[in-house]
Design a protein around this ligand. Structure first.
Ligand SMILES: [Zn+2]
Length: 325
């Protein structure tokens, strides 16, 4: 909760009435909670919370594998970004529709150390209990999206939720072998570890798991679109209400300054580097033409903005806020 919201809530709760303003401000000078961001989309209430971030201690080859370093570094410098590391946002989106609370992906859990796995604390700060989550959409089977499904002891973090993943994605991970031959990711042994972890999650939630096909609608406010490349069944989530819409693009794109101008440069977490680039271009072209608001899981907090045409490619125009709301 931010300072303004905290003060407002304290005043609403009557806490402030007996306190002089000075001591009230002093009592919240130290950040006591992580921020969240709430907004309306038609009749829906959307809430963004953070799961933390993923630190990458190199830009290449995580991004733009095989592209000349000078070209990548020039673009980073021109964008006032570090050339020696990248921090990926971990933006989590919730959609509230009456008694339904839909969570899209579950963060890293404990899979990536202390910089991430903050989701449960962040939800509590936003006043949401894990037991309140009714629906979880899993965009794809990577550990930074599925890692928060289970506690360390194998029990469910969200015991009342029904889970949704695309049938193609489910079948890819649950097969005896996975084809990573079109990925630029070099540590194939690590991919095996990821696969085992994903199989464990999907097996555990099987009684509550629903497999969807391209175009499935949920709760009259969600349409699921399969966008292959990052993984075979990678899914973006269209959210709509009252003539308004927004698209949660999950791992369609991991960098605002590199991959909007150069969607073809690619990301080495993509299972099929070429297909992911082609899908990235195709989806960005559509979202640019329709000027649809975008929610991006890995772009800088809070990951909300638009794609705009620039030269032969695109640019990211982040939503801005006049104050921390
Ligand atoms: Zn991811």
């Amino acid at each position: 909760m931010n300072r303004r919201a905290l003060i407002r809530n304290m005043l609403l709760a009557g806490v402030g009435a007996s306190l002089p303003l000075k001591s009230l401000l002093a009592s919240v000078a130290t950040p006591v909670a992580r921020p969240f961001h709430k907004f309306q989309l038609g009749e829906l209430e959307l809430i963004t919370v953070t799961d933390g971030f993923i630190h990458m201690d190199k830009v290449q080859p995580n991004f733009a594998p095989g592209v000349a370093a000078k070209q990548v570094n020039d673009l980073l410098q021109k964008s006032f970004r570090p050339t020696d590391h990248v921090d990926l946002g971990m933006n989590m989106l919730l959609v509230k529709k009456q008694d339904k609370i839909i969570l899209i992906d579950t963060g890293t859990g404990n899979a990536f150390g202390k910089n991430s796995g903050w989701l449960l604390n962040s939800l509590a700060d936003a006043g949401i209990r894990a037991t309140d989550i009714s629906t979880i959409i899993i965009s794809h089977g990577h550990p930074d999206h599925i890692g928060g499904v289970l506690k360390d002891d194998g029990s469910l973090n969200f015991p009342n939720a029904e889970y949704y993943i695309s049938r193609i994605e489910h079948n890819f991970w649950m097969a005896d072998t996975q084809d990573f031959s079109k990925s630029a990711f070099e540590d194939k042994a690590l991919l095996k570890v990821f696969t085992k972890a994903t199989q464990r999650v999907l097996t555990t939630i099987k009684p509550k798991l629903h497999l969807f096909e391209d175009g499935q609608v949920l709760h009259d406010c969600i349409r699921l679109e399969i966008t292959p490349g990052h993984t075979p069944g990678h899914t973006i989530t269209h959210i709509y209400s009252g003539g308004k819409s927004m698209v949660h693009v999950a791992d369609l794109i991991h960098s605002d300054v590199l991959l909007f101008p150069h969607p073809e440069w690619g990301f080495n977490g993509d299972t099929d580097l070429q297909l992911a680039a082609a899908t990235r271009k195709k989806v960005l072209a559509k979202l640019t033409a329709s000027a649809t608001p975008i929610f991006a899981y890995h772009l800088p907090w809070p990951g909300i903005g638009h794609a705009r045409k620039k030269d032969e490619a695109f640019e990211w125009v982040a939503e801005t806020y006049a104050y921390p709301e």
